[in-house]
Design a protein around this ligand. Structure first.
Ligand code: ASP
Ligand code: MG
Length: 456
């Protein structure tokens, strides 16, 4: 069986859901579906939570009413009268509950993350009901499965971590009977609940993760991520004129690319799929006959050449330069340093070290002032904002001894702030000024992607 996950643009309106139905019809009933909220809805819901916290009740309620109407319009695709009535009622129920929550929060000026999650979860809870009813009413029998019953998480609201064993067991016991009855289970992505039953979310982009959890729990033959691009691209299309679709990637490559900025796939998605060795395919729901990108375990046969499969990039990066106040790096320095980041729950992406100093990059600036204050207790700290990461990724890079040198020489004249090649040597990562990102990326793309595919 196949698990199909549809992103927000793939369920954004009636036309999108009509395409979804035709896509699911082929593998059904050997299929399970995971859906995001309709495009833009999660952002709107988070805006509503912020408005409530700011005491702007009128604005928040008007926004809820707008969302309710949009969902009713989309639910018009449910042709069957009885199903349409049921789904309309559930839309009204969800948005009435949301309005009640928001009204209470406006009074309390409450902002606790748990309430933000309760609000944000509305998007997937309604989109999944609409999709289940739409499938059924167009001849693909389906059944809504409440994500809060099957994705069991801790209570780290806003980025809750699933308890894998409990989640796999719950997904299997909820979905297997549905599949056995010839129906397609439909689950809202992004949403879960703590063991005590409090609604949580998995973090932005978390529906991919939900898709992989469902795929792993049901031991799917393939997990398909349906989105609005033709697959993983060789570089960010907003920065490069002629990106190509990468036809085939390894999990390791995809995970490096996702980690360093490729937007198509949530990085954590890879883990459950990789653990169970389930191929992941990225496909365009507006052009379903395009082959997309296939991600599998094992090394992917590379065209001859330099071995760069794709180039990820990410801006909005801050570099922290941390220098030991002793002349050299005493033992224990790195431990103390990373403890500070751990305490502030801030991930570090790239690290380089020299005799007495360490440079690290962070892209989450929220705790930066506190981090700098803590580090200053035992080190001198300076920071550079407006930096960017460029990461050339390829399983074949380790077999090309000259790769790093070629990458650096392609960047001749561009000031490089950090350079790193980790032990796996599957990537060469460079930190530079955000202002130089476009130049750096187009030089690397031209040199390693465009030129090489012309040769091969
Ligand atoms: N709707 C959620 C978001 O916008 C989750 C997802 O779409 O993956 O982040
Ligand atoms: Mg996404």
């Amino acid at each position: 069986m196949i698990v199909l996950k549809f992103g927000g643009t793939s369920v954004k309106d009636q036309a999108a859901i009509a395409r979804l139905i035709e896509i699911v019809r082929t593998p059904a009933p050997n299929a399970a579906v995971v859906v995001s909220a309709l495009a833009g809805v999660t952002d709107r819901l988070l805006g509503i939570a912020a408005a409530a916290a700011a005491g702007e009740g009128g604005e928040a309620l008007a926004s809820i009413e707008g969302l309710r109407q949009r969902h009713h319009a989309v639910a018009g695709i449910v042709a069957d009268a009885e199903l349409h009535r049921d789904v309309s009622e559930s839309i009204d129920r969800e948005f009435a509950a949301l309005a009640e929550t928001v009204t209470a929060l406006v009074t309390l000026r409450e902002t606790a993350p748990r309430w933000v999650d309760a609000i944000a979860a509305t998007g997937e809870l309604v989109s999944s009901r609409i999709v289940a009813a739409a499938l059924t009413s167009h001849g693909v029998p389906a059944e809504w499965v409440d994500a809060r019953r099957v994705v069991v998480t801790n209570d780290e609201f806003g980025s809750a971590a699933p308890d894998m064993d409990a989640t796999f067991a719950a997904i299997a016991s909820a979905c297997r009977p549905v599949l056995a009855a010839g129906r397609v289970p439909v689950v809202g992505g992004f949403v879960g609940a703590s063991a005590r039953g409090i609604t949580t979310t998995l973090g932005r982009g978390g529906s991919d993760f939900s898709g992989a959890l469902v795929g792993a729990a049901l031991d799917a033959d393939e997990i398909q991520i349906w989105t609005d691009v033709d697959g993983m691209l060789t570089a960010d299309p907003r920065l490069i004129d002629d990106p190509r679709v990468v036809p085939h990637l390894s999990f390791a490559e995809a995970s490096e690319l996702a980690h360093f900025g490729a937007k198509v796939l949530h990085p954590a998605t890879i883990q459950p799929a990789m653990a169970r060795d389930i191929p992941v395919r990225i496909l365009n729901s507006q052009r379903p006959s395009e082959p997309g990108t296939l991600i599998t375990s094992g090394e992917v046969a590379m065209p001859p050449g330099h071995g760069v499969t794709a180039i990820a990039s990410k801006s909005g990066i801050t570099v922290l330069n941390i220098t030991s106040t002793r002349m050299v790096m005493a033992h224990g320095f790195l431990r103390r340093l990373f403890e500070v980041f751990e305490r502030h729950k801030t991930a570090v992406d790239v690290v380089t070290t020299s005799e007495a100093s360490v440079s690290v990059t962070v892209d989450d600036r929220r705790r930066l002032p506190a981090i700098v204050a803590d580090l200053s207790a035992f080190a001198e700290v300076s920071s550079d904002g407006d930096m960017a990461i460029v990461c050339a990724v390829g399983d074949a890079l380790p077999s090309n001894a000259a790769a790093a040198g070629e990458i650096l020489s392609a960047l001749h004249g561009v000031p490089l702030r950090m350079v790193s090649q980790a032990a796996s040597r599957r990537n060469v990562t460079i930190v530079l000024r955000a202002a130089d990102l476009r130049t750096a990326l187009s030089r690397l793309h031209e040199r390693f992607v465009t030129t090489e595919s012309a040769v091969s």
